[in-house]
Design a protein. Structure first.
Length: 252
């Protein structure tokens, strides 16, 4: 059983597992901390810096990312004092400069009272949080994309910036992307990863003859989820119908 710790967030006494991150604890206690790059299925990285909080320990306070700081006995956490808000607004300005026209960035900025930026504007939807890279590497176990170059030229791309034949077009990267920067297109029997050019053939459902997931994706995912292979041979609708019939047949 995990060790439990007690500490204070915004004057509220809370309990948590030792080393549970502060963002998770705050969410569980209905304390809002803005964030973009956090996902519960992926190890926290703290790249967007929107979840900054002040942690006071043994009389010393420091600004840190709530998604990476572990819960510890006796600390005091401030999520909305002036020092925290000033630092968050600065991070928001930097994000607005990078993605000035992105709806999600603008929405969060407006909620924080930040609608303009003093920094030179770029034209991007990607905040380089790395969620897509980490889900592809750590969860899907493919590793079709990664960071390339440094500084202002830093991007997320495929090896040698060429279409990755081993990208299974599972769309996991798009699902975790906080800004909608990653796009996929489905035309007939193919699915294309717009950002990195990978194209895969989709399977045809033997029941309804609609195209659904790519075979290369099915082969990869079925080994990860440890489910019977036959459930992957049908599209989602036909699969639900098939199992619905089986459940009805089992009823007395």
């Amino acid at each position: 059983m995990a060790e439990r710790v007690t500490f204070i967030i915004d004057g509220k006494k809370v309990e948590a597992d030792h080393n549970e991150n502060l963002l998770t604890v705050a969410k569980r206690n209905n304390i809002h901390i803005p964030n973009l790059c956090y996902h519960p299925s992926i190890e926290s990285y703290g790249s967007c810096r929107l979840c900054l909080v002040e942690v006071v320990r043994r009389g010393w306070g420091k600004i840190t990312a709530a998604c990476t700081y572990p819960a510890q006995e006796g600390i005091e956490v401030f999520t909305d004092n002036e020092r925290v808000l000033k630092n968050r607004r600065m991070m928001m300005e930097l994000l607005l400069a990078r993605c000035p026209d992105n709806p999600q960035i603008k929405k969060i900025g407006a909620e924080m009272g930040v609608t303009e930026t003093r920094f030179p504007k770029e034209d991007s939807d990607c905040i380089l949080c790395g969620l897509c890279v980490r889900i592809c590497h750590d969860i899907i176990k493919v590793g079709a994309i990664n960071f390339a170059q440094r500084g202002k030229k830093r991007v997320i791309t495929t090896p040698f910036e060429k279409p990755a034949e081993f990208c299974i077009t599972c769309q996991a990267c798009a699902h975790v992307c906080p800004t909608g920067a990653i796009k996929f297109q489905e035309e007939g029997g193919t699915r294309k990863a717009v950002n990195w050019g990978a194209v895969q053939e989709r399977m045809e459902c033997p029941r309804c003859h609609e195209y659904f997931e790519p075979r290369i994706m099915i082969d990869q995912v079925k080994d990860l989820v440890k489910l019977p292979e036959e459930i992957f041979h049908l599209c989602d609708q036909c699969r639900r119908r098939e199992f619905g019939y089986k459940l009805v047949a089992l009823r007395p």
